[in-house]
Every structure is written in C-alpha cells, then in structure tokens.
Design a protein around this ligand. Structure first.
Ligand code: HEC
Ligand code: HEC
Length: 182
C-alpha cells in the first residue's frame, strides 16, 4: 500500500517535471493557427484529406510503407526505408500489427521479428535515433522530423513547417504528444 503510494508520487513528480505549460500553450496557439484547417481542432483529421493525429499511423499508410518503402525524411534518414516484404499476406499482417499499436498477442509480431524490422525500429517500435523513426506512438523526435520534412503518404501531402523554426516546432510537438492521452 505504502509502496504503491510512493510509486504514484514518483510518477506524478516525473510527469510534472516533464510537462512544460508555457511550451504547451505556445504549441496550442500555433496548432490552432496553422494545423486545424486540415487536422481539425481535436486532431482527428478529415477523412482522405489529412491524418488522424490521435493515432500513430493508419493501416493504409503502414501497408504502403512496408510494400513500397519510404523516403520522406531525407534530412534525418538519408537512406530511407527500402521495400522489405513482398508476400501480400505478410504485408497485411505486419500492417495490422503496427496500426493497432503493436499488441503482444497479434500474429504480426512474429513477422516483425522475421523481417528484422526491430533492427532499425527497435523491439518495441519506439525507434532508434538517426536510424529509424518511432512507429508505435508519437514522440517529439518523430513529430519534429515530420514537421521539418513534411510527409507524402497514402492520404496525401503534408507541407513542411520548417519556417516555424526549432522553437515553434518544439512547441507544437509538445502540444500534439498529449492528443492520444484522453
Ligand atoms: C534498414 C532499416 C529499416 C528496417 C529494417 C525497417 N525500417 Fe521501417 N523505416 C526506416 C526508416 C529510415 C524510415 C523512415 C523513412 C522515410 O524517410 O520516410 C522507416 C519508416 C517506417 C514506417 C513509416 C513511419 C512514418 O512515420 O511514416 C513504417 C510504418 C515502418 N518503417 C515499418 C517497418 C516495418 C514493418 C519493417 C519490417 C518489415 C521495417 N519498417 C523495417 C528504416 C527501416
Ligand atoms: C494542407 C493540409 C495540412 C496542414 C495545414 C497540416 N497538415 Fe499535417 N498532414 C496532412 C496530410 C495530408 C497528412 C498525411 C500524409 C500521409 O499521407 O502520410 C499529414 C500528416 C501529418 C502528420 C503525420 C501523421 C502520421 O500518421 O505519421 C503529423 C504529425 C502532422 N500532419 C502534423 C501537422 C501539424 C502539427 C500541422 C500544423 C503545424 C499540420 N500537420 C498541418 C495535411 C496537413
């Protein structure tokens, strides 16, 4: 009981340290001015027009990347990701596994191992710095990469926002990482 209470205190303390209200508020303002037009106020996006920012990555996008490879983030990952899986059934299963948030009991988990996805994206999909992005949840690293480079995928083209500068990109990323925590 006491140990549980102490753990909660430690967790609360860690989060209060990590959370920067000023940065978050600045990010919210930028988001409302520059992003709501396409992604809507709550980040759910508009069907076939922009991505849902409450989910890490859609099934369709995942399928496309696994099948054809991807080269959106040239500055951060100059070599991109090559197409690695040709069997359509395997593409489907890994795509489902990742877009569902990589649940441990999913049959796609075995294929993630078989095709060595973990070598670049890590065992839990959280990415490896300068090797490959996080594919399991949004973290600042991934968001900054997307905002700096823009992104072309199955839904359409997202312009880059490098003109916001490092501070602006940091702020709007701080805002977005809390979208899926509702
Ligand atoms: C050689 C390293 C490497 C391997 C192996 C690899 N990836 Fe990737 N992956 C990358 C890189 C680099 C990117 C970013 C590509 C870009 O610039 O668009 C990426 C991007 C992705 C994305 C899109 C992320 C986004 O934000 O758009 C998905 C999904 C993905 N990989 C899934 C997989 C799966 C599934 C496997 C195994 C079949 C795999 N990757 C194997 C390097 C790798
Ligand atoms: C002109 C419309 C438009 C605007 C404005 C826009 N986006 Fe996007 N955004 C898109 C589209 C389209 C995609 C999907 C690209 C694809 O097919 O993968 C996207 C994708 C994204 C993704 C990646 C989602 C994923 O699954 O990997 C993020 C993050 C994002 N946008 C954040 C933002 C932020 C933050 C802003 C404001 C600074 C913004 N966007 C402004 C159209 C837009």
């Amino acid at each position: 009981m006491i140990i549980k209470y102490i753990l909660i205190l430690i967790t609360a303390f860690t989060y209060s340290q990590a959370f920067d209200q000023e940065l978050y508020d600045r990010g919210k303002l930028i988001y409302e001015q520059r992003c709501t037009f396409c992604h809507k106020q709550d980040g759910t996006g508009t069907n076939a027009f922009s991505a849902n920012l409450q989910e890490r990555i859609s099934f369709e996008s995942t399928i496309k990347v696994i099948k054809y490879g991807s080269h959106n983030f040239k500055k951060k990952y100059p070599l991109g990701m090559p197409p690695l899986v040709s069997d359509p059934k395997d593409v489907y299963l890994i795509g489902a596994y990742i877009s569902l948030g990589m649940p441990p009991a999913h049959p796609g988990k075995k294929l993630y191992k078989k095709y060595k996805c973990f070598m670049c994206h890590g065992n839990d999909g959280s990415g490896i710095e300068d090797v490959a992005p996080n594919i399991s949840f949004f973290n600042k690293e991934t968001l900054k990469t997307i905002l700096t480079n823009g992104k072309k995928g199955s839904i359409g083209t997202m312009p880059n926002f490098s003109y916001l500068g490092d501070n602006g990109i940091e702020a709007v990323s701080e805002y977005i990482i809390y979208f899926d925590e509702k």
